[in-house]
Design a protein around this ligand. Structure first.
Ligand code: AN7
Length: 371
């Protein structure tokens, strides 16, 4: 059967009815890629899988939440949506609004958004408003605006966003046959870690559901794949933008990972609950550690994610080195967005192309130096 998006696939676990007008770009269903080289190179006896969310239609996990948020906004009769964004939310909002034929307003921090994301918001025809402030300023403003103007707020304070985003856990469980031992990911506004935890929590087989008699045929037996456990959740932040590590909000967050340049996360309590209930923890990673992790994934696994996404992997390297993760564990690392989102940062840290004459001899000589 043709895959037509996560709402269709998981409609029995999402707040939709038969008459809900579904706005979808066939998001979700992203690959779970086993890392085959890095565990050996880094010297750890673990299985690591990358859930590559960069392969969603607009190149990030935001599409999972946006298909739900825009679907519900359209169902409620909204003619326009609004969000504050460090980039990816605005790209997704713009695309789904275009699809739904409704207006879209995005507030972005001036000069601090990766080029690819800006291009997306512009191409999809949203009204792009650069504010002289950061994401946290924008978040406060869109909440005020959505209060008294006819625009639906689609940031992750909108509960439908987390509903869509929880489906990542369903897919991981389907692919592995159970939940992993650990799930690591980057944390900014903290909606995604909260949504992961919600998805895993809804998937745990409850004692009362254990049946054992019916071979899955009785009406009480869950039809969807279930997990025997929930993973330990590890949230990773950039050091200059790490309110969860500090235990308090950060006034002027700074990091090269602009997507998670957020000092005042909206899902503060939900994220703490996910980490505490799972027995997990938060890490912070320096910009250098983040860029090194991004490069390792690109060079040794052929997986190109954006710096913010690599923050989860950077934290994982620290935890493995510190012996905080047991040998033999299965780990899933959500790579939240595609590397192509931020070409400037990628090019700035890579070796530059070789400039040679258009000449067989010159090129041959260059190649032989690398053979
Ligand atoms: C690639 O686009 O907040 O902790 O406005 O784009 O759920 O916020 C982006 C966040 C991780 C953090 N990785 O997720 C926005 C925005 C990437 C991101 C995060 C974001 P949350």
């Amino acid at each position: 059967m043709r895959y037509s998006g996560l709402i269709e696939k998981y409609r029995d676990r999402l707040p939709v009815t038969d008459s809900t007008p579904i706005i979808s770009l066939a998001e979700g269903n992203t690959p779970l890629i086993e890392l085959v080289n890095l565990p050996k190179i880094l010297g750890h006896e673990v299985k690591i899988f990358a859930k590559f969310e960069g392969l969603n239609p607009t190149g990030s996990f935001k599409d999972r939440g946006m298909t739900m948020a825009v679907t519900k906004a359209v169902e409620a009769g909204s003619k326009a949506i609004i969000c504050a964004s460090t980039g990816n939310t605005s790209a997704a909002a713009a695309a789904y609004a275009a699809r739904a034929n409704i207006g879209c307003f995005v507030l972005i921090p001036e000069g601090k958004i990766a080029l690819g994301k800006l291009a997306q918001a512009m191409m999809h025809g949203s009204t792009v408003i650069q504010i002289q402030g950061n994401f946290d300023d924008g978040m406060r403003l869109v909440q005020e605006l959505a209060n008294d103007m006819p625009v639906a707020l689609v940031n992750s304070v909108n509960p439908y966003r987390l509903q869509g985003q929880k489906t990542i856990a369903f897919e991981v469980i389907e692919a592995l046959g159970d939940a992993p031992d650990y799930h690591v990911l980057p944390v900014g506004n903290a909606g995604n870690i909260s949504a992961h935890w919600m998805g895993y929590s809804e998937s745990v087989r409850k004692e009362t559901e254990a049946c054992g008699l019916c071979n899955g045929q009785c009406p009480y037996h869950p039809k969807e794949p279930r997990a025997s456990k929930r993973p330990i959740m590890v949230g990773n932040q950039a050091a200059g933008s790490a309110p969860f590590l500090r235990g308090e909000m950060v006034k002027s967050p700074e990091t090269i990972a602009t997507a998670i340049r957020i000092g005042h996360p909206m899902s503060w309590n939900l994220a703490w609950a996910a980490v505490r209930e799972s027995g997990g923890w938060f890490n912070e990673c320096t910009d250098d550690e983040i860029l090194a992790a991004q490069m390792l994934l690109a060079k040794h696994e052929g997986v190109f994610c954006e710096p913010s996404s690599a923050t989860g992997f950077a934290g994982l390297i620290k935890d493995l080195t510190a012996g905080r993760i047991k040998a033999g564990s299965t780990i899933v690392c959500t790579l939240t967005g595609h590397g192509l989102k931020d070409p400037d940062t990628a090019i700035a840290q890579s070796s530059q192309p070789h400039l040679v004459a258009a000449d067989r001899g010159a090129i041959g000589e260059l190649i032989s130096r690398f053979l």
